[in-house]
Design a protein around this ligand. Structure first.
Ligand code: HEM
Length: 160
């Protein structure tokens, strides 16, 4: 179960990232080109929110029940706070993920309620752009010291 959820959580990061880039770029082009805020913009925003919420639910399952790393951290938070890797998973990744879930929901509602098309694109650009930056910061990219992981799911990579 742990491996299955970690694999899905790891792969879903690419869907989340792709949607984050897509909605941010569309909002940017909308602002710059004075384009209408189309049905497709609203739908892509909805898909992005759905993907982030699913990712956060899987993350919560890992955090609270499945991951031996966060279980170890929560068993002794004092020690975990002094360990860079444990602190990243138990505190930083968790809090950035929850922040992202809240911000993306607010961004979508605010974009839909903009007074006109330009205001909608502007709000989408600021909201989704901020969420994209936080997501980039919370992913354990391979080049990151101590917490870095492969771009493919850990269980698949370590099985070879
Ligand atoms: C947009 C939100 C999120 C993204 C993009 C994301 C991305 C990732 C990635 C790429 C990994 C590494 C997977 C691997 O090793 O193959 C990971 C691991 C993990 N994530 Fe997330 N995550 C998100 C939200 C969350 C949230 C909100 C939580 C907690 C509530 C969470 C908990 C975890 C845990 C505990 C692990 C490590 C599990 C382990 O190795 O035992 N994630 N996440």
């Amino acid at each position: 179960m742990y491996s299955a959820v970690l694999i899905v959580h790891s792969l879903l990061r690419w869907v989340v990232l792709a949607l984050a880039v897509l909605v941010t770029v569309r909002a940017f082009l909308g602002v710059r080109g004075g384009k209408p805020f189309e049905e497709r913009d609203a739908k892509l925003g909805g898909a992005f929110v759905g993907a982030v919420h699913t990712q956060v639910l899987l993350g919560l399952a890992l955090h609270l029940a499945l991951s031996p790393i966060t279980s170890a951290a929560m068993a002794n938070m004092g020690v975990a706070m002094r360990d860079k890797a444990l602190r990243f998973w138990a505190v930083e990744h968790l809090s950035m993920g929850i922040l992202v879930a809240v911000l993306v929901t607010v961004a979508r509602v605010r974009a839909k309620r903009g007074a006109d098309d330009l205001a909608k694109h502007r709000r989408a650009l600021v909201g989704y752009g901020t969420v994209l930056l936080i997501i980039l910061a919370m992913i354990p990219w391979p080049f990151r010291k101590v917490i870095g992981r492969s771009v493919l799911p850990t269980p698949l990579v370590s099985a070879h």
